[in-house]
Write a new protein. Structure first.
Length: 66
């Protein structure tokens, strides 16, 4: 398809995993951006699609799989 340097990898990430401050129910466990997750995505050269918040507790287990 393309002959460039794209990794052709994409991670779909709920925005409250990237930024726990977006959670309003008091369950945030990081003071700001989750740098460990962001660094891992950057190090592995994965594109990121930020998913919307569904106004319920955020966890990887809640991510829908289409």
């Amino acid at each position: 398809m393309f002959n460039d340097v794209r990794s052709k990898k994409i991670a779909f990430v709920c925005h409250c995993v990237l930024n726990p401050n977006s959670i309003s129910d008091g369950t945030a466990d990081f003071p700001g951006t989750n740098a460990e997750i962001v660094k891992r995505l950057m190090d592995t050269k994965v594109g990121v699609v930020q998913m919307p918040h569904r106004h319920r507790p955020c966890s990887i287990s809640y991510l829908p799989f289409w």
